[in-house]
Design a protein around this ligand. Sequence first.
Ligand code: SAM
Length: 376
Amino acid sequence: MPKPKPITPVPPEFTLEVDCLTNSAPFSAEARAFYEFFRDVEDRFELCLPRTFITTDLYLKALKLVSNIKFELDHVRSLLREERTLAASLFAGTGLYLEHFIKEFPPDGSGAAERTADHYGQLFPKMDDYNYYLEPYLTLEQRIKKNRLEHYFEDLDHKTALDAGCGGGRYTLALNRLGFGAVFGVDLSPENVVWAQSQALAKSIERVHYFKADVLAIPFAEQYFDFVLSLGVLHHTHDMNRGLREIYRVLKPGGVCYLSVMEKPGGVLMDVVELLRVVLGPVPPPYARRLLRAFGLKEFMVYHILDHLLVPIHHRTKPEELEKMLGQAGFSSWERLSRGGTFDTTERIHQCEKKGKLKDIQWKYGVGRNAYFVTK
Ligand SMILES: C[S@@+](CC[C@H](N)C(=O)[O-])C[C@H]1O[C@@H](n2cnc3c(N)ncnc32)[C@H](O)[C@@H]1O
């Protein structure tokens, strides 16, 4: 039998920040044991399959845990312990040598930005119509209404909006549906841009334009936009400050940005995500995608699991850190949105507060989604 080739433990420029190891989380001992087990495990290509399996299993279980109204820290602890034990037995029993996969997916030597573009370019183009055309609009509408921001979204016909880091364009279309006169979507990934254009065309949607561009160097003149939306993008770049300065530059005076970046602390699901980056990081992305689809996961769930797990740069920010950065970028005021869509952690925190179910809520949901309405 040929000797298995080693694979790179994790690609270069792949961030591994694990907040719950240092923030006095009550499950930090279990998290550390989990982290160290995966950090120290010898890397062999045949472990890609069990790594992807453990990722799926733990992610789905963590998702269930935070969806339950009843929350026990002991469940987090035993989940991390059980998953580590399962991994140890799977790893010990795996002897399959998958040489053809190694040939098919050579180690990726490109930089973080190229890998980010490729990563997302492979995830969006398979979403179904509900998750692509409808759900983002409903979520955005809910976020606007719950935070009483409707007044801003009136008389939009003469306003121009930018979706900075638009992915497959699902929120770009939501902005169009809200009524903006012209909407532009930019993304690093050419696959996403082509896909987004084709989707607008398929439904004959007008006044939407897409470009391949970097949000750290937005190819528009100063004061071009009335509104900028940037959802889940800047935390994947190597310079969030520069991204904020760019958004500020292209906004008109008095213009507004709806910004969302990953928060810290982020609750159990984000903690699990950071731990799982150690598990899944060494698995070549095409192989991980293929396995998750083979496990029968719906495309939306494949996106959700891989979104944060295989992107090279994954950085979380405390609200106070982010607010300092907003001030430094030049913004005059901002509001941290305390409500959100059904699945937003801010909304879940709000609902728990309403029902008086506050036990361990900071560990369950962290500080809630870092979503801001920012004014130039
Ligand atoms: C998590 S996805 C979010 C996409 C979209 N905002 C949404 O919510 O559906 C992050 C997106 O940011 C894009 N991206 C990451 N870094 C970027 C950069 N420097 N410039 C432009 N787009 C970037 C990725 O290609 C990806 O499509």
